[in-house]
Design a protein around this ligand. Sequence first.
Ligand SMILES: NC(=O)C1=CN([C@@H]2O[C@H](COP(=O)(O)OP(=O)(O)OC[C@H]3O[C@@H](n4cnc5c(N)ncnc54)[C@H](O)[C@@H]3O)[C@@H](O)[C@H]2O)C=CC1
Ligand SMILES: O=C([O-])CC(=O)C(=O)O
Length: 324
Amino acid sequence: MTEPVRVAITGAAGQISYSLAFRIAAGDMLGKDQPVILQLLEIPPAMDALKGVVMELNDCAFPLLAGIEATDNPEVAFKDADFALLVGARPRGPGMERADLLQANAAIFSVQGKALNDHASRDVRVLVVGNPANTNALIARENAPDLDHRQFTAMMRLDHNRALSQLAEKTGKSINTIDNMVVWGNHSATQYPDLHQCTVDGQPAMSLVDQAWYENDFIPTVQQRGAAIIKARGASSAASAASAAIDHMRDWALGSDGWVSMGIPSDGSYGVEPGIVYSYPVVCKNGDYEIVQDLEINAFSRERMKTTEDELRSERAAVEDLLG
Ligand SMILES: NC(=O)C1=CN([C@@H]2O[C@H](COP(=O)(O)OP(=O)(O)OC[C@H]3O[C@@H](n4cnc5c(N)ncnc54)[C@H](O)[C@@H]3O)[C@@H](O)[C@H]2O)C=CC1
Ligand SMILES: O=C([O-])CC(=O)C(=O)O
């Protein structure tokens, strides 16, 4: 029998986790032959609700679920964790931008970065979902000096999947026919979903759509999708966010089928300020990720990549005091 791995989830009694924890326990993230121990973190007022989640997880009788730890102590939740999904944070409501959550949520990620540094497996892979995800990942990482920067990533996969879905719908083709989708930058309204590298059924995507649809429909729809869901549902995306988190971690651990978008520490590729957590096209293999290099970037793309980079620089400046 394969040894179980430890998967920590924060905000475990929240909306996203209500989907996420069950899918991980079912084997959707790490495969149908990999047992998992779930280490669930909540804040004290939500511990009763978390008890209910644990009861339901048990009631599913998942064969791969080798244990559950429910706690309000980050040091316990992250102990020996191989994977950490940092979901717990306040979500935005109607009319807010994700950056409005910066002050409310930033402190959570400095505490959790320290706890990961001191207690997690030395190979822990961290995905930050709680918003504003990129800058929260930066805060967590800067508080974990003993871990490699590359172990801290932010979720851009929901944006990537939204872009795939919009393009599939527009072209009438299935998602499987689309390759080389890219979303650059911040998980915010400045993100830049880029179709210049993308193909549908082997044909350049930009030859299948007109520039007006690309600029005035596709880009803003993907950028504003989170707000559209909040307007429609009265609450932020939950099942689709959980699904994207599973995609992100699965690909990182087991390898991606082509390009995916991940928020990762910039190494200066494409002229982006080193250190900020910026979304790049990456290929995952052998448990690691590598930025897709040498793409041709036209003036239209360059301008948008810069706008979202500038936003990340100003978010970083706003939390300077929390950076370790
Ligand atoms: N990166 C992305 O693509 C997406 C990010 N999000 C973000 O994910 C976060 C969670 O969203 P939901 O699950 O819908 O919110 P929710 O409010 O339903 O759940 C959040 C949970 O986190 C818990 N929590 C708060 N502080 C905590 C702490 N210090 N430690 C552990 N748990 C803590 C709360 O008690 C609550 O149960 C929000 O910030 C939301 O904006 C949501 C969708 C997509
Ligand atoms: O929009 C929000 O606040 C939640 C989120 O990050 C998303 O759905 O992309």
